[in-house]
Design a protein around this ligand. Structure first.
Ligand code: NI
Length: 167
């Protein structure tokens, strides 16, 4: 079983590395399967490789009929419409906060066969994608909060951080 790294872990702050063509093999496919299993086990809607200790550019989304893996994803365009939506994260347990992000995005990625796709995502799908994409950049949703909100969450975050380091 994969362990989910929590806030305070250094690996969550690293910029993840792209997959190379040679990495399309059975090891990658079993890793993707494990990611789906972990996501289902924790009843999440998105999970990025760095969250399970693998600093690579891959994440999975399972939400409302969508089940997909995104390898080497890119955000090509962002809408000027910004929307607020409540987010949580398996790496930041117990914290749910409203975050502002573009409403729709144009993306490019490779699927599990390394076939390239270009798509436009809207609403919740766009939201989850952007949250997971941030994980590949070493960012967490709590980074996007106002300093006032961050201050209010300081104690909770310290608690998560302390548990992570003591493990
Ligand atoms: Ni997350």
């Amino acid at each position: 079983m994969q362990t989910i790294l929590k806030y305070g872990s250094g690996l969550l702050r690293k910029k993840a590395i792209k997959y190379a063509k040679e990495e399309l093999n059975s090891t990658l496919h079993s890793f993707i399967q494990e990611m789906y299993n972990t996501l289902e086990e924790y009843e999440g809607i998105g999970l990025a490789a760095p969250q399970v200790g693998v600093s690579k550019r891959l994440f999975v989304i399972e939400y409302s009929g969508i089940k997909a893996v995104y390898i080497n994803p890119e955000i090509l365009e962002k809408s000027s419409d910004i929307v607020e939506y409540e987010e949580g994260c398996l790496s930041v347990p117990g914290i749910y906060e409203s975050v502002k992000r573009p409403e729709s995005i144009k993306i490019q990625y490779l699927d599990e066969k390394f076939i390239q796709h270009t798509e436009v995502l809207n609403e919740v799908h766009a939201r989850i994608f952007q949250h997971e994409f941030d994980h590949l950049e070493g960012l967490l949703f709590v980074d996007k909060l106002s300093s006032l909100r961050k201050n209010l969450l300081k104690k909770k975050l310290k608690k998560i951080e302390k548990n992570e380091i003591e493990k």
